[in-house]
Ligand binder design. Structure first.
Ligand code: GDP
Length: 498
């Protein structure tokens, strides 16, 4: 099977992640608990308890006398009031700060029936533990400096990853790949501020290295280039995280639904010889060669229809194409051959006939995010087919006879790889729009810094503020923003008056 269906993609709201976690307000004196494994009947369910009183769960619900951290004990788990045994399961003790949340934590691994889970949960409520809010364990981990925002976002992505490459990217992020990079850049900015502040305060006393500003400017220039390079990655990480929005376009009856059904390996879209059957967009989430793909079949594009539903379908297809990462333009090989036109001329005429010039043509050529596929080669005479198949500017297929589809799949795989890249630790990519916005702002502040120090008025105090702003933008990505640290660095980095 070529592709595996996925569930619709989970999206994290950038606003929620950025603003909510930014101020590390800590109000968590309570001890919380929740079912950490999935809902529904299962072999083993994990109930996690976190907070200063977590140990009471072990003391009052089991007969463990000697607590040993991070060791599993098989024990009866009882109701704290009645002492009735609810279940037998594994009990684990993670004293803070060496736990996921950084707090004292306990885990019960019990049988996964709903009545067992309900009874253990009721018992924990009797100990006055509160039921955890969504994400509360992770939130506590953040407050306790166990994870930063990028790691938390990576964790959410890891839980929702549906393809191997999404898992890889998310895991690297949880493991701190982005966090390390952005913290390294933040540190560079922090040192630069320290240098500029020192220059402002002490340059006139001649107590400071003469070329301190040159050194600082060189460092900032290199950093800004690095940030800009990081941003100009074709949105690979974001596309991999969100799924490659792929659309199949073409005239009515060219075989779009047949191609979609081949990719999905089931009759997801209706195939008929009646033109204009597909009216709305049929969207499916697929795993193709480990890349997440959101594949859309669209209404056949033609200008001559007066059917208002079809007109709306065509309008929607064009709108969808505006946001597509990848376009599969399907044409009819019989029409191509019988048109006697040269390949480029035929394609340009076809794109124009479909009303897609603005969306697919650039300088008279089909844009890079589009591949052209010609269907129905089974309807050609053998010698006609032989002459066509020599041409590798396009891919000739027959959905009806399943011919040429291997070659088509390989071409799709190459495109997906170019769009999503291959996540690696050494060169992590921007994975969220939220990060891109802050990184762009950060880079703009560094640009502003250079404009200010170069201008005739040369306001170094204002320029220093731009570096502070740049650093704040990076802090907003990871969740670390503090002014105190700048002062620390000033006095640690310099021997003034030496
Ligand atoms: P759509 O309108 O572009 O979605 O096209 P469909 O997939 O609904 O196909 C339209 C008609 O063309 C149907 O009767 C299909 O069976 C037929 N068809 C699709 N692919 C091929 C092909 O490769 N060869 C032939 N001969 N017929 C095809």
């Amino acid at each position: 099977m070529l592709a595996r269906c996925l569930t619709p993609r989970f999206m994290i709201s950038p606003e929620t992640a950025g603003v909510f976690f930014f101020n590390r307000r800590w109000n968590g004196n309570s001890t919380i608990f929740a079912l950490s494994s999935g809902h529904g009947k299962c072999g083993v369910a994990v109930i996690r308890i976190s907070g200063s009183q977590a140990i009471d769960a072990l003391k009052q619900m089991t007969n463990i006398t000697k607590l040993e951290p991070r060791k599993a004990f098989l024990r009866n788990i009882c109701d704290p009031d009645t002492r009735e045994v609810i279940d037998k399961g594994l009990c684990l003790w993670f004293p803070g700060p060496n736990s996921f949340t950084g707090e004292d934590s306990v885990e019960f691994q019990i049988h996964g029936g709903s009545a067992v889970i309900a009874a253990v949960s009721a018992a924990l409520s009797k100990l006055k533990f509160a039921h955890a809010l969504p994400g509360e364990f992770t939130r506590r981990a953040f407050y306790n400096n166990k994870l930063d925002l990028t790691e938390i976002e990576g964790l959410a992505d890891l839980i929702h990853a549906e393809t191997e490459l999404q898992r890889k990217q998310a895991y690297l992020q949880v493991d701190g790949s982005l966090s390390k990079l952005y913290n390294k850049w933040r540190k560079t900015l922090l040192q630069s501020i320290a240098h500029v502040e020192a220059y402002i305060d002490f340059s006139e006393d001649d107590n400071i290295e003469a070329d301190i500003m040159d050194k600082c400017n060189n460092v900032l220039k290199v950093l800004n280039q690095e940030i800009k390079r990081h941003l100009s990655d074709g949105r690979k990480g974001e596309i991999l995280r969100e799924g490659v929005r792929t659309v199949i376009l073409g005239e009515p009856n060219v075989g779009k639904s047949s191609l979609l059904n081949y990719l999905v390996q089931r009759e997801a879209a209706i195939v008929t010889p009646i033109p204009g059957t597909t009216r709305d967009i049929v969207e499916l989430n697929l795993n193709i060669f480990d890349y997440p793909v959101i594949l859309a079949d669209t209404a056949g594009l033609r200008k001559e229809t007066t059917d208002i539903v079809e007109i709306e379908g065509i309008h929607r297809a064009k709108n969808y194409t505006k946001g597509a990462d990848f376009v599969i333009l399907l044409a009819n090989s019989v029409s191509y051959l019988r048109s006697k036109k040269k390949y480029d001329e035929f394609i340009i005429d076809y794109v124009e006939r479909l009303g897609l010039n603005d969306l697919l043509l650039n300088n008279g050529k089909v844009m890079d995010h589009c591949i052209v596929v010609m269907n129905k080669i089974d309807l050609l005479e053998p010698q006609e087919r032989d002459s066509l198949l020599k041409d590798d500017r396009t891919i000739f297929i027959s959905c009806a006879r399943e011919e040429g589809l291997q070659k088509f799949s390989k071409r799709v795989a190459i495109h997906l790889k170019n769009l999503c890249g291959n996540p690696c630790r050494e060169n992590p990519t921007v994975s969220q729009t939220r990060h891109r916005i802050h990184l762009t702002n950060c880079s703009e502040h560094i640009d502003n810094y250079f404009d200010l120090i170069k201008s005739e008025e040369r306001d170094i105090v204002l320029a220093a503020q731009e570096i502070r702003n740049a650093m704040r933008e990076l802090g907003l990505i990871t969740g670390y923003v503090s002014v105190e640290q700048i002062l620390d660095v000033i006095f640690k980095d310099f021997c003034i008056g030496k």
